[in-house]
Design a protein around this ligand. Structure first.
Ligand code: PLP
Length: 400
């Protein structure tokens, strides 16, 4: 405690963040997660900013499955997987995920952040090339940094640039090349063009990896993910994803792929080897979620109906959105102060939303991001649309 200058410099940096409007306060909820949440002050808000795509986070069935696993397997393991932290429920979940994703084997992590952080270093070295979309998630960027492979970056979703980078890596004589992309990009709701990516991978002899955090459970006809949506099930080498969004919403991540890849990760992936096993109640609940969504596409269908309805109605009112079909709907407000004021006004009107502005999104592209859920009722969506209309008129964003 003898370096006071260290603490003063932190105080100064925090003050600067606040001055620049970049400080992120945390919203405190006094209820479970859901289509409606209760704020700390007791007000009920319609929640439009959770990754709760299938509405399972606060769902009673999910909770009961977790409780059953808690009862049977206890609270935790106090161990990494390879010492004494593997229970039957972990193996069952890995097998169910492989079936669901159409892969050979799956390895669980405490988070998708860890899955991405621990996937590259064991599999690739300085002789190899990682070709990564410029807008990939922070955990992919960090994972790539931990690996000695050469790094190539292509402009977001730009297939011509991807091909350029593939040519560059080939000409550099790289042994193995892997193309890495988010299946869905969470700021824009953009869906990666996996059919074209697979084609390019075949042309240049590259591997492919997708992060399905904003896709697993609801993209594609039966919710298997972006690879199903794009018709390339069985053609992606490595799939990572989270159990903390659509697939239950607590926490946990996974990497899925060919047996020898997963086996290598079990032997060498550092966030797996040196971090505690996933809590059995999460494994049990995730297993129940997979069974439920494999039996019926009702939740997934409901989500897409809600998405289509909201996208159509918000445009009819006069707002500009990024076109698409994903339940992430960026409502464009362009200027940062407008986005901030708008989100604040919506909060007063009973709608929980988050504003995004530079540097999270490009300058002049400020927005509020709406995220639909299967849990939203039509009445709730109509209330949200009414609030959008009111706040939009008050702030002069749409015409009276
Ligand atoms: C949310 C997210 C992650 C991190 O998931 P956690 O399981 O919460 O660590 C990783 N990648 C993408 C694309 C994400 O959206």
């Amino acid at each position: 405690m003898s370096d006071q200058a260290f603490y003063s410099s932190l105080q100064q940096k925090l003050a600067t963040l606040k001055d620049e409007g970049l400080f992120k306060p945390e919203r405190v909820l006094a209820s479970r997660q859901g289509a409606e949440v209760v704020a700390q002050d007791g007000r009920t808000l319609i929640n439009m900013c959770a990754n709760n795509y299938l509405g399972l986070s606060g769902d009673v069935e999910t909770q009961k499955a977790a409780a059953a696993a808690l009862e049977k397997y206890g609270y935790g393991l106090s161990s990494v997987r390879f010492i004494c932290g593997t229970q039957t429920v972990h193996k069952e979940l890995e097998s169910a995920l492989s079936n669901f994703l159409g892969t050979e084997d799956t390895i669980l992590y405490a988070a998708a952040f860890d899955a991405n952080g621990g996937v590259f270093e064991p599999l690739f070295d300085e002789n190899d090339a990682i070709i990564s979309d410029a807008l990939n998630h922070a955990s992919i960027i960090d994972g790539v940094r931990l690996c000695k492979a050469a790094r190539y970056r292509y402009a977001n979703n730009d297939m011509a640039d991807l091909e350029k980078q593939l040519i560059a890596a080939t000409e550099a004589g790289k042994r193995h090349k892997i193309i890495v992309t988010d299946g869905v990009f969470s700021m824009d709701g953009t869906i990666a063009q996996l059919d074209k990516i697979v084609e390019l991978a075949e042309k240049y002899g590259a591997l492919t990896m997708i992060d399905e955090s904003h896709a697993s459970g609801f993209m594609g006809a039966t919710g298997r993910g972006t690879h199903e949506h794009c018709g390339v099930i069985g053609k992606i080498d490595i799939i990572t994803g989270t159990l903390g969004k659509a697939l239950g919403g607590a926490m946990g991540g996974f990497t899925s792929g060919k047996k020898e890849v997963i086996e290598t990760l079990r032997q060498k992936s550092r966030p797996y080897l040196f971090s505690n096993t996933l809590a059995p109640m999460i494994a049990g609940a995730s297993l129940a979620v997979l069974e439920r969504i494999s039996k019926s596409t009702a939740l997934r269908d409901r989500l897409h109906e809600n998405t289509a309805y909201f996208r159509k109605e918000i445009e009819r009112i006069g707002f500009t959105i990024k076109p698409g079909t994903h339940p992430v709907v960026p409502v464009m407000l362009f200027e940062a102060p407008v986005a901030q004021k708008f989100a604040a006004r919506m909060f007063e009107l009973g709608v929980l939303l988050s504003g995004f502005f530079y540097p999270v999104v490009p300058m002049g592209q400020a927005r509020v991001r709406v995220q639909l859920s299967a849990a939203h009722t039509r009445e709730q969506l109509d209330s949200v649309l009414k609030a959008f209309e009111q706040a939009g008129k008050e702030l002069g964003i749409i015409k009276n």
